[in-house]
Design a protein around this ligand. Structure first.
Ligand code: XMP
Length: 513
């Protein structure tokens, strides 16, 4: 596999994706844990990520020196290139001309193994640059193989040691050949086969789960979402009825969703499932709560308490299964120790294991969301279920700004169901990353028949995204929106006005709370 050493770039995960798209397994380790990851994974190649720091600053992050002494290929990207240059005896300066940001062109000056089958001498290629510093003097053994206007060392290589440095970001889509460049590094330079598939992952995980769990009992909390469902089905395949699933139904799910989960598990997969209907408990606790973070806190805490009580009733389970994904694992690592701002606290990550003092089974820890979907299909989960839009742990509670009541949940459920039904009917569901309705705590005047109405406003949201980190609005045509608005106002009592949210992320977030 390939080990990616993370220096805190916003796009490090994309490197891992590009490597996996090349059919090569990869894992990310923060720079200060790279030593241990290196021992564990025994990688056949290293990629050093970009990062926000400047290598010219004292105390800025470095790669473990031994990575350069292991006799395996290294690809340094941006900050990774710079720290590699510095650590091997070169020089890096802070660019006086202000650096390069955005689209740039490089010119290939020399043949390099990194370009084999892809780029040739004399060609110009578009790349995406984002750097203030640049390499000023190369370490011994290195030579420039491509240049850009602002960086004479846009790509450098030490072919003998198979060390490569690129000043640009090959992992982003704005470097059109970037994916192929990373694939060339992984397969051609590192000599990896490129045969990593989800079927193989499934088999390997099943063996791993059996080895980890032995004859112990496992409980798994189902959220109704794709991740916990895929984790549960995979674990059930590995250990059968040593697994019990607990579905804490907080009453904040979308229309028909709870029944769907129960049906799927009990009837289709015949997996033992405890369905806890805790709607009343959640609703009474949410009374008077209007602050978004207070809602999240209450829901997270109560969810854990209910789950814990059920687990006690079941008794004897040594392991707790969770559908933790790769982004959850790496996002929770702090790189530079600098201030990081909490925009929203996502309650479904963490919390439970500490409290319950159980060992964890997290078979999806290495996967990205879309990979989990592929695995879900591989395991026979219905397309409808696997392809569902993401849904937040606190559910409808954060789509009802202001106080959450059962009555308002019911109103929102109806509007949301109409909206999604129309999206599916128009064949747009899969083109949208996430679509939902929000019930606003605002009442407006309307007229229906000869009557004055004074009811709530419903806002519709639909975004495209690849990872939820950034998002753009989905540009519905006006006919579609007016059809949905008409249906909602006509069919849902309590709503008399519908608006469409035209805000991208940033500056907006996807959810309204
Ligand atoms: P935001 O609103 O932060 O949403 O732009 C990004 C993605 O995260 C989901 N989200 C949550 N998921 N618990 C979750 O499990 C939460 O508290 C939470 N808040 C937002 C949101 O639906 C979107 O997919």
């Amino acid at each position: 596999c390939i080990l990616i050493v993370d220096f805190g770039s916003q796009v490090t995960q994309l490197i891992a994706r590009r490597v996996r798209e090349a059919g090569v397994y990869s894992e990310i380790a923060p720079f200060n844990a790279a030593d241990a990851a290196f021992d564990r994974l025994k990688p056949k190649g290293i990629i050093l990520s970009g990062g926000p720091a400047s290598v010219t600053t004292e105390g800025s992050p470095r790669a473990p020196q031994r990575l350069f002494e292991a006799g395996i290929p290294v690809l340094g990207i941006c900050y990774g290139q710079q720290t590699m240059a510095m650590q091997l005896g070169g020089k890096v300066i802070t660019s006086t001309t202000g650096g390069e940001f955005g689209r740039a062109f490089i010119e290939v000056k020399k043949r390099s193994s990194l370009f084999d089958g892809l780029w040739r001498e004399g060609e110009r290629h578009q790349v995406w640059m984002s750097h203030g510093d640049k390499v000023d003097a190369l370490p011994p053994g290195f030579e420039p193989v491509a240049v850009s206007e602002g960086a004479p060392y846009a790509v450098t290589a030490d072919e003998a040691r198979r060390f490569y440095g690129v000043q640009f970001h090959p992992e982003v889509v704005h470097t059109p050949d970037g994916g192929r460049l990373i694939a060339t590094f992984a397969r051609h330079v590192c000599g990896l086969a490129g045969d990593w598939t989800m079927a193989e992952f499934r088999e390997a995980k099943i063996a791993e789960i059996r080895a980890q769990v032995g004859s112990s009992r496992v409980i798994c909390g189902l959220s109704g979402g794709v991740d916990s469902a895929v984790a549960a089905v995979l674990i059930h395949e590995a250990i059968g009825d040593q697994l019990t699933c607990v579905f804490v139904d907080h009453g904040l799910m979308r229309s028909g969703e709870a029944d769907q989960v129960v049906g799927l598990f009990r009837e289709h997969y015949k997996i033992p499932l405890v369905h806890v209907n805790a709607e009343t408990l959640f609703m009474s606790g949410l009374k008077g709560v209007t602050d978004p973070e207070a809602k999240r806190k209450f829901i997270g805490k109560t969810f854990i308490e209910v789950f814990e009580a059920e687990a006690k009733k079941i008794g004897g389970a040594e392991f707790l299964a969770q559908g933790t994904l790769y982004p959850d694992v790496i996002e929770s690592v702090s790189f530079t120790g600098g201030p990081s701002v909490t925009i929203k606290s996502h309650h479904n990550v963490g919390g439970l294991p500490e409290r319950m003092n159980m060992k964890l089974v997290e078979p999806l820890r290495e996967l990205f969301k879309d990979e989990v979907r592929v695995l879900g299909r591989e395991l026979g989960l219905p397309d409808m279920f696997v392809g569902r839009h993401p849904f937040p742990g606190p559910g409808l509670a954060i789509r009802i700004p202001g106080e959450v009541t059962k009555e308002r949940c019911d109103i929102l459920r109806k509007a949301d169901a109409i909206y999604l039904e129309e999206i599916r009917a128009a064949g747009l569901y899969d083109a949208i990353w996430q679509a939902f309705a929000v019930l606003l705590p605002v009442r407006t005047v309307g007229v229906m028949g000869d009557h004055r109405t004074y009811d709530s406003v419903c806002a519709l949201r639909a975004v495209t995204s690849t990872d939820g980190m950034t998002a753009d609005i989905y540009p519905f045509d006006a006919g579609f929106l007016s059809r949905v608005a008409t249906r909602i106002v006509n069919e849902v009592e309590g709503i008399n006005r519908v608006t469409y949210d035209y805000t991208s992320k940033p500056p907006g977030t996807i959810e309204w709370e």
